[in-house]
Design a protein around this ligand. Structure first.
Ligand SMILES: Nc1ncnc2c1ncn2[C@@H]1O[C@H](COP(=O)(O)OP(=O)(O)OP(=O)(O)O)[C@@H](O)[C@H]1O
Length: 710
């Protein structure tokens, strides 16, 4: 095989397209590029044979960035760090290693190019359509596979999705077709009553939950970001109560007394708003259902209002009507969803494509509330919509008109400092961004992690990327956080923690306890890893944990299907209604003569045990709140004693054991550390060979390339 040699400096003659295509093949073999990226470029080269190497390289890299979450390729970033555009494992980046593999690197094809010249070459190609800016009109844009917007290169489908998301959000930021609606003073009064139980902040901070609610009453798009336990669900539940009370009173601001006297079941049904709650994964939907139920129970509102608040969340895919074997949904602009208000929880996990589909299917009048944590890892697929929307959210900068209205509704005095003069904006943000700022609110006070919580302190220090704060947290002697120094991947203390962590669930398996109980016990503990490969990665640790658990007699086998094997679905299976990230457990099914089945939790409203007692058979009790799937029908699953932090998004566990890899790694970032730590509800143990790895990680940030402009 002829191998293009390594070129660290500019070659005398520009490399040809053929050289590039050969090199792409080698990059694929080395695992630096995905097969699909190379295929795409070969296809383009066949159709446009005159395309130069620089254009084909840009196409390969733009495609490759999608697999790493970026929506597009930034030409200037690629020129500044060409090697970072490929998936070069850190250990393979040394000059010695690169010399050994003897393969051309991206810079060999970029010599003598700057962003301007590269853009010119792209613009001259029949493969590329050119747009001056993201929001330039695109009416007559030729149908070409790549789109260049300024210095960002997109595969057309993703450019289209980004444009649709921007248009969908922008449309919701203006007044609706019925015109601007002013929230009445009466509704403001009810808002204040509903939040009256919130304690005043000792430092004089306004009640941001109340302000978030007021913001969402005024408009059709509201983004509420906040870390764990900051009251996102509480706030949105109160918002739903206010809106339903208003709707049930006939859309007027009738007082609650009128509502009572007006109460005829039929009328209420007719007038209540159609509200839907969704989350990106089944697990996140189940968690949202549970916390909405908790928040509804705490509401002090008339029964009719309480009854009109949904308690069941579904997945975004289910809401949109995912169809087996199709990327297209049943609901879209031509067949919109029938709803008045949509709450999307864990919105940071919604990728660009799905957000475009969701916005497309939403009727124009509907309100959209996006809830999530802007500091968490973004979606696995390309895009970081929530992050992009919240990029300038802190400190809050609302327009004076909004500040005045919020004060009227909430009674809070908003410091003039947070207001942006009407029509103007702060230096770095455009006037249009000022408009977006009026739709975003960040809740910062956590009610889950009290001031003496180590998890809260650790999460804050990590999120701030503050090395000294991190040191102080370890020194402060919190009881709910621990550092486990690992002697190596076979560390005995690590084994002990894992055995103790999984013992309750596996003993419940042995005792043939109902499947749902076992699943709930499984959520008590989770081993999380930053990486997939390597001695501290998920693959290796899963095997090791299974071996150790078998040695202890907690499971009977460590390979294939065995009782007690927890599995995670790794690819959406629309036919089975299972989605990437769903977790189930393998158990002998009493309804199938004890043959193994995999049990997945189902989203269903809990019926109190008192109503069931004496009615259920043992088999019914075993199957309550779960559904059984034949192991042979599960095509893409993996054992999940260890789980990557990426896959743990949307889940929470009582105790998280978070294993860090050795040394620096580009995957190990602040967002990843923060997300891993905040999966823990009451205890987190961080494990690694060196604390410096953690410090290095929180100083590394992920910035996803995108061009979402609102
Ligand atoms: N203002 C408040 N005062 C006191 N307790 C509050 C307040 N807001 C929320 N809580 C309580 O804090 C807990 C977390 O609230 P909630 O579930 O609304 O937060 P969240 O941001 O949705 O959390 P997550 O999404 O991380 O589960 C709940 O027990 C809730 O009752």
């Amino acid at each position: 095989m002829s191998v293009p040699t390594q070129q660290h400096s500019a070659p005398p003659d520009a490399p040809t397209a053929d050289t590039l295509l050969a090199t792409l093949g080698l990059w694929v073999e080395l695992g630096w590029l995905r097969r699909v990226d190379a295929h795409l470029v070969r296809f383009m080269a066949r159709h446009v044979p005159e395309a130069p190497a620089s254009v084909l390289l840009a196409a390969a890299l733009a495609s490759h960035q999608l697999g790493r979450g970026h929506v597009c390729l930034s030409l200037s970033r690629a020129l500044a760090e060409p090697r970072a555009t490929l998936s070069l494992p850190p250990l393979e980046q040394s000059e010695a290693h690169l010399a050994e593999v003897s393969v051309a690197l991206p810079e060999a094809f970029l010599a003598d190019l700057d962003a301007g010249r590269w853009a010119e070459q792209l613009a001259a190609s029949r493969l590329v359509s050119v747009l001056a800016q993201a929001d330039s009109p695109a009416g007559h844009l030729p149908l070409r596979p790549l789109v260049l917007v300024g210095e960002r290169l997109y595969l057309r489908r993703y450019w289209q999705a980004e444009r649709e998301v921007a248009a969908g959000l922008r449309a919701r930021m203006g007044p609706s077709e019925e015109g601007e609606t002013r929230v009445s003073d009466a509704l403001g009064e009810r808002l204040r009553e509903l939040f009256a139980s919130n304690q005043l902040d000792p430092h004089g901070e306004p009640d941001w939950q109340k302000l978030a609610c007021a913001l969402a009453l005024r408009q059709r798009l509201t983004v509420i970001s906040g870390g764990p336990g900051t009251g996102k669900t509480t706030t949105v539940t109160r918002l739903l109560a206010l809106l339903q009370a208003q709707a049930l009173a006939g859309g007027t601001d009738g007082a609650e007394g009128e509502l009572e006297s007006d109460e005829t079941g039929h009328l209420h049904e007719r007038r209540a708003l159609d509200i839907r709650l969704v989350a990106p994964t089944g697990k996140a939907a189940a968690r949202l259902s549970e916390s909405i139920r908790g928040a509804v129970a705490k509401l002090e509102v008339p029964d009719a209002v309480r009854a009109a608040i949904p308690r069941e969340a579904s997945t975004v895919h289910r809401l949109l009507g995912a169809r087996p074997d199709s990327r297209h949904f049943r609901h879209h602009a031509g067949n919109p969803l029938a709803l008045d208000l949509l709450v999307v929880d864990e919105a940071s996990m919604v990728d660009l494509d799905l957000m475009a589909a969701l916005l497309g299917a939403l009727p124009a009048h509907a309100r959209l509330i996006l809830l999530g944590d802007k500091d968490q890892l973004a979606s696995v697929e390309a895009g970081a919509v929530l992050g992009d929307l919240c990029e300038h959210a802190l400190p809050p900068r609302y327009s004076p008109a909004l500040c005045a209205d919020l004060s009227r509704l909430t009674g809070e005095t908003l410091e003039q400092a947070i207001a942006v003069p009407d029509g103007q904006d702060l230096e770095e943000t455009s006037a249009t961004r000022g408009r977006l700022a009026d739709h975003v609110v960040v809740l910062q006070k956590s009610y889950r992690f009290s001031a003496d919580s180590g998890i809260g302190a650790l999460a804050r220090a990590s999120n701030a990327g503050d090395r000294q704060a991190l040191r102080d947290v370890w020194k402060a002697g919190y009881r709910d956080i621990a550092w486990l120094k690992l002697s190596g991947p076979e560390d005995r203390d690590l084994e002990k923690l894992v055995i103790n962590g999984y013992r309750p669930a596996l003993e419940a398996v042995r005792e043939r306890r109902p499947a749902r109980e076992v699943i709930d016990l499984l959520l008590e503990f989770q081993l999380l890893c930053a990486l997939r490969r390597g001695p501290y990665g998920v693959d290796g640790l899963n095997q090791r944990v299974a071996r150790v658990l078998m040695r202890r007699g907690l499971i009977a086998d460590e390979r294939g299907w065995y009782s007690g094997r927890p599995v995670m679905v790794t690819r959406n299976d629309r036919a089975l209604g299972l989605y990437n990230g769903d977790v189930g457990i393998t158990l002998p099914d009493p309804a199938a003569g004890g043959r193994l089945r995999v049990f997945f939790p189902v989203e269903e409203e809990a019926t109190p045990d008192t109503e069931r007692d004496g009615q259920d058979t043992d088999i019914q009790r075993f199957h309550r709140g779960v559904r059984a799937v034949l192991p042979s029908r599960l095509e893409a699953v993996e054992t999940v004693f260890a789980m990557t932090v990426h896959k743990s998004q949307g889940s929470e566990f009582r105790h998280v054991l978070f294993v860090l890899p050795e040394g620096a790694n580009p995957i190990l970032t602040r967002e990843l550390v923060y997300t891993g730590i905040t999966r823990a509800k009451s205890r987190v143990t961080l494990a690694g060979t060196r604390r410096e790895t953690l410090v290095g990680a929180i100083e590394r940030r992920v910035v996803r390339a995108s061009g979402l402009v609102l």
